[in-house]
Design a protein around this ligand. Structure first.
Ligand code: CO
Length: 132
């Protein structure tokens, strides 16, 4: 299996108003919202990849702090890999700092782990093995 883009996470102050563009202009189907990592998440179906709109439920949460610091925008990119444990082992071996040392349960209950953006040109990278 080739790695692919699972989803792009976009930090927004208000999911309902952000959703309007995708739903009413592009006609994209939305799933959710669901709650994960202190955020309200709406999944937008773009085929093999999703866009996730992430609204913080509280200021002191990863998305809340990101919005306060940088404003709305792309928060992270999630890549789908065949073997998450192998990808994390390769990160460790090659000196990439992991935010999650061990896979944990992310949105939708799939196994995920984040790689620190310092090591990846400022992009917060999430890795998952979630099937589409
Ligand atoms: Co994500």
């Amino acid at each position: 299996m080739k790695p692919s883009i699972a989803h792009i996470g976009i930090a927004v102050p208000d999911v309902e108003s952000a959703l309007a563009f995708y739903r009413d202009v592009l006609g994209v189907a939305a799933r959710g919202p669901e709650i994960a990592d202190g955020a309200r998440i709406v999944h937008l179906d773009f085929g093999d990849s999703d866009v996730e709109l992430l609204e913080p439920l509280e200021a002191d949460s990863p998305i809340g702090r990101f919005l306060a610091r940088r404003g709305p925008g792309i928060h992270h990119v999630c890549y789908r890999v065949a073997d998450l444990d192998a990808a994390l082992a390769a990160c460790r071996q090659q000196g990439y700092t992991l935010i999650d040392d061990l896979p944990r349960s992310g949105a939708g209950g799939c196994r995920i782990a984040f790689v620190h953006p310092k090591a990846t040109n400022g992009i917060l990278i999430e890795l998952t093995e979630a099937p589409k």
